[in-house]
Design a protein around this ligand. Structure first.
Ligand code: SF4
Ligand code: SF4
Length: 407
């Protein structure tokens, strides 16, 4: 039957693969399984077979595509610049269109209108906070076991949506912050640090009330209509700001790809989007944020895939922890995925756990108990697999802790 949607992988995307295999050693699922069908090259071959009409979008195809983390490590080493993440999102839109199921429809409704509703996200967060307090994960392991990985949730979760924070001192521009869905309710200290650092450096910061979820979780699960709805809403909400900042690497990476989901207007917004680590590192370089001269010791650096592979941001988080007085310690030169990958941790729990265990072992090998990570999913995965006695913080939190008491 071939492809049936406008989002399907294109011939140009698939034909770019020269089957060299350079991507295999950096693919986490190939590293675990040693199986060609769990590699980028194998997955592209399966997509090409469907495009050529020699294979169908069937159960096997769904399994092969479902095990991919969309971590995009393969894109970094690919000599043919195959846009693998885009092709995989397209393949998943096709699976949703050609293999409809009640479970997927319910999931897509949650990733669309569910995450787009502040009232629903707030209610779900309050319920999660209660579940966390009575430790449901002890009697119902599995997805609820992830409770161990969450920060201590507030029973009445905070939201920064609607915040207007003026610049302190010389004004250098007008910034908007993407509050995010999970970030807004569960990671308030990261938002507080972002707003604090940007205003200290001279930005007026606003968190527009009209914004919605970035849509990354919907796009990764093949929920095309929901991903478009989120993108279109945010294009309107973030019009006119000098810079649009996100402090969850997965959200920033997705906003930078809005050209696909919201056309020209989406591409225009994408051109103004920066990850908070990029912005803050730039402000340190310009001397608009001071660096601490106190030696606070080493910190292990965990690179989120959607910061390092999808956005190619490597130096910025290291610059920020240095400015806070810490010495960055590398844990993994290839920055293999930790296995969180959004809702992957619930859809593919075995592979997610295997990769989470490997990442935790890399941290333990350093002997350090402080880890810097710029993405909430990675933070939850690390907390879950490292257990008690470790602190995982966003790089901007570490810097703001130092500066907030002085300014
Ligand atoms: S590195 Fe690129 S061109 Fe080579 S096999 Fe992988 S996807 Fe294909
Ligand atoms: S996105 Fe990640 S998991 Fe998927 S094929 Fe590429 S390297 Fe492998």
């Amino acid at each position: 039957m071939g492809w049936v949607t406008e989002d399907a992988p294109t011939s140009a995307e698939l034909d770019a693969c020269i089957t060299c295999g350079l991507c295999l050693p950096v693919c986490p699922t190939f590293r675990v399984t040693g199986d060609e069908t769990a590699s980028p090259r194998g997955r592209l071959a399966a997509m090409s077979a469907v495009a050529e009409g020699v294979a169908a979008v069937d159960e096997t195809f769904e399994e092969v595509m479902g095990l991919c983390l969309v971590c995009r490590a393969c894109e970094v080493v690919c000599p043919s610049l195959v846009p693998f993440g885009r092709a995989m999102e397209g393949a998943r839109v096709e699976i949703a269109a050609q293999r409809p199921s009640a479970a997927r429809r319910a999931r897509h409704a949650a990733l669309g209108g569910g995450l787009g509703s502040r009232a629903l996200v707030g209610a779900a967060s309050a319920a999660a906070a209660m579940a966390q307090r009575v430790r449901f994960d002890r009697i119902a392991p599995g997805p609820l076991g992830r409770m161990r990985g969450m920060r201590r949730l507030p029973v009445r979760p905070a939201s920064v949506v609607g915040t207007v924070a003026p610049a302190r001192g010389e004004r250098i521009g007008r910034a908007a912050l993407l509050a995010g869905c999970v970030m807004d309710r569960w990671f308030a200290p990261v938002h507080e640090a972002t707003i604090g650092l940007l205003t200290l450096a001279g930005y007026d910061v606003e968190v527009p009330a009209a914004q919605t979820c970035c849509g990354a979780l919907a796009a990764h699960d093949g929920a095309a209509a929901e991903a478009r709805e989120h993108a279109t809403g945010n294009v309107a909400a973030f019009a006119g700001y000098d810079v649009v900042v996100a402090d969850a690497a997965g959200c920033t990476a997705h906003l930078k790809g809005y050209g696909h989901w919201a056309g020209e207007a989406g591409a225009e917004l994408a051109g103004r989007v920066r990850d908070v680590t990029e912005v803050v590192a730039g402000l340190i370089d310009e001397g608009r944020l001071p660096a601490s001269s106190v030696d606070r010791g080493p910190v292990a650096i965990q690179d989120p895939c959607h910061l390092r592979h999808a956005q190619r941001v490597v130096a910025a988080p290291r610059s920020i922890v240095r400015a806070a007085g810490y010495s960055p310690v590398e844990i993994d030169p290839q920055a293999l995925c930790c296995g969180a990958a959004g809702i992957y941790m619930t859809l593919q729990p075995e592979m997610s756990d295997e990769l989470g265990t490997r990442k935790a072992d890399q941290v333990r090998a350093t002997g350090l108990t402080l880890v810097a990570s710029a993405n909430p999913g990675c933070e939850m995965q690390l907390r879950s697999h490292l257990g008690e006695g470790y602190r995982i913080a966003h790089p901007v939190e570490l810097l703001w802790e130092v500066l907030r008491t002085k300014y």
